[in-house]
Write a protein that binds this ligand. Structure first.
Ligand code: ASP
Length: 601
């Protein structure tokens, strides 16, 4: 700890910091009974608080009253104890404990609070049913893993604030009770009795992000804004996503992509360094969206291992094998990966085929490279000429024993299926070198994707993102007449295959912004009703601006080496989205509903 506790009736020292320099002197400590051991006459108590653990020893002869009291102590009772710091005999020194050279011979102990028997052991870090842990969160928080994770979280956020403060950013709060902020998820709606004086049928929405407010702050002349802020998206909870989550939200005026990327690298580089994560020093590689999906089959590339995708179109230009020729004739692709020399049984290949199908592929072609003709052991070898087999093997750099996996489909599907196979093979054969990290930027995403069922375009990042022409230059309103071609001025930061942040340069020209709304199916009156405040503000002189948001929960989980973001949040929701601790969401009284003018269906 940085600062000693003030001496009071409970303690004068941090329990976990007592050492031999205090030997033979007095000490008073407070905390929880971590563990208790009776050794014949002596009673040993491990006392625990945030700073660590110290051993208390109770002697029946020298302190009979304290010893009698110690008999009553049970796990998690809260006590204060005073006595003499004593060196342990050499054979009793515990090298695993920071305070292992000493113990406190207790002369006086007071029970400050009794504890019922805890529903799970607090002195062990072993697995416990998650619902039980969430229901008794204060007990779970006492355990080592959460104590550590919450401290990692604090330090990461503190570093973010320090770096941004050094660079003249102001932390500015934005409202939680607001209007819908479209980030592609469902809104949480909040009925309100006052409802701005507008009466029943009017709802606030909780922000999916402070996107529009941070843009208004740029128009408002603040130049550099950040906020460690909660965002709310009514989506299913997953290991890496929750209905409420924390972002480091950043926005800057008079900037281009490079400025935002450089600022983010300074912030995140410092966060990684202070957390001891060995990440290469910035600048981090920038790759276009087209390149990463082509090479890794994903816009969140994990480049810590090979197995990159290759296009087999040239090798198969004249093939008569229907599965391949039909895919190419239909505007699709034939692509493959070299899975390397793997012993895969028929059942393994079936499982990989199933995985490819789950990702939309119609099937999976597999082949084992062999020396004898025709060069492959594969159910499709007989449909391909020896020269085609040789050309595919060459393109995929196949050597004897390698397993080649090939998908013929529309480009998007083939890439997605091969991207998923790549990750599965890496997991299964432990292809990621221990301790390896890979960080990179993905830039120049497509601006729009077409939604055939709704017959409209949708913004790939969000509609406030500035479009770019195919050569990467800022697009004008006129360029928007050909939406399929447009790229966006957006960027994602990807660490070890996880998207840890994303943002864009924004539209600061009202004509471009209005045209984008129109393209995504928001007509002028709807745009005015929903985003009139932004469009108005853009009309009074908006600086070019852009920003980014980093996913704090996921970043901290990576820093702390946890799989699940719930392990780095003090009070997370369960996977169901509910909160087993408070029982939220909960029914409300009929009178509350009446006040809000709501009727349940
Ligand atoms: N508002 C965006 C998000 O929450 C981030 C950004 O564009 O700055 O993903």
């Amino acid at each position: 700890m940085n600062h000693p506790p003030a001496t009071n009736r409970y303690r004068d020292s941090w329990a976990g910091e007592l050492d031999a320099t205090r030997a033979d002197g007095p000490a008073r400590v407070s905390g929880w009974v971590h563990r208790r051991r009776d050794h014949g006459g002596l009673i040993f108590i491990d006392l625990r608080e945030r700073s660590g653990i110290v051993q208390l020893v109770f002697h029946p002869e020298s302190a009979p009253a304290a010893h009698a009291e110690a008999h009553k102590l049970r796990s998690e009772d809260v006590i204060t104890a005073a006595g003499t710091v004593t060196r342990r005999a050499a054979q009793n020194v515990n090298p695993n404990l920071a305070t292992g050279e000493i113990e406190i011979a207790v002369s006086e102990v007071e029970i400050l609070a009794d504890a019922d028997t805890p529903p799970f052991p607090v002195d062990e870090d072993g697995p416990v049913d998650e619902n039980l842990r969430l229901r008794h969160r204060s007990l779970d928080l006492r355990r080592g893993p959460l104590q550590d994770a919450i401290a990692v979280r604090h330090r990461a956020i503190k570093t973010m604030r320090e770096v941004l403060d050094d660079r003249d950013f102001l932390e500015i709060e934005t409202p939680f009770l607001t209007r819908s902020t479209p980030e592609g998820a469902r809104d949480f709606l909040v009925p309100a009795r006052v409802a701005g004086g507008r009466g029943p049928g009017h709802f606030y929405a909780l922000p999916q992000s402070p996107q529009l407010f941070k843009q208004l702050l740029m128009i408002g002349g603040f130049e550099r804004y950040y906020q460690v802020v909660r965002c709310f998206r009514d989506e299913d909870s997953r290991a890496d996503r929750m209905t409420e989550f924390t972002q480091l939200d950043i926005e800057m005026a008079f900037v281009e992509e490079q400025d935002v990327l450089e600022t983010t690298e300074a912030v995140m580089g410092a966060v990684f360094e202070r957390a001891g994560l060995e990440i290469p020093a910035p600048p981090w590689p920038r790759m276009t969206h087209a390149e990463v999906v082509g090479r890794f089959g994903s816009d969140r590339p994990d480049a810590r291992f090979g197995l990159e995708l290759s296009d087999l179109g040239t090798a198969l230009a004249h093939t008569e094998f229907k599965v391949f020729s039909a895919a190419i004739a239909n505007g699709g692709v034939v692509q493959g990966i070299n899975a390397g020399p793997r012993a895969l049984a028929r059942s393994d290949l079936d499982a990989l085929t199933e995985l490819a199908k789950q990702h939309g592929a119609k099937g999976l072609v597999w082949a084992f490279v062999q020396d004898e003709a025709p060069g492959w052991r594969s159910p499709v070898a007989k449909f391909l000429s020896e020269s085609e087999i040789a050309a595919i093997t060459k393109t995929l750099q196949g050597n004897r024993g390698d397993v080649l996996l090939i998908v013929a489909d529309q480009a998007g599907t083939a890439r997605q299926a091969l991207g998923a196979l790549r990750l599965e093979l890496a997991r299964r054969f432990e292809l990621v070198p221990a301790g390896a990290h890979d960080i990179r930027w993905v830039v120049q995403f497509p601006m729009f994707t077409y939604k055939p069922d709704e017959q409209r375009w949708d913004a790939e990042h969000h509609p406030f993102t500035a479009p770019a022409t195919p050569d990467g230059a800022p697009a004008t309103a006129a360029d928007l007449d050909d939406p399929a071609k447009l790229l966006s001025r957006s960027y994602d930061l990807v660490l070890d295959g996880n998207e840890i942040g994303g943002g864009s340069i924004r539209n600061h020209r009202p004509d471009v912004q209005s045209r984008i709304f129109e393209l995504i199916g928001i007509d002028e009156s709807e745009a005015q009703a929903r985003f009139g405040f932004l469009l108005d503000a853009l009309r009074y002189g908006a600086p070019p601006h852009g920003g980014i948001a980093m996913g704090v929960d996921r970043i901290v989980a990576l820093l702390a080496g946890r799989e699940n973001i719930r392990e780095v949040i003090a009070f997370p929701k369960a996977t169901s989205g509910g909160d087993p601790l408070t029982g939220a969401p909960a029914p409300v009284d009929a009178s509350q509903l009446r006040e809000l003018g709501l009727k349940l269906g």
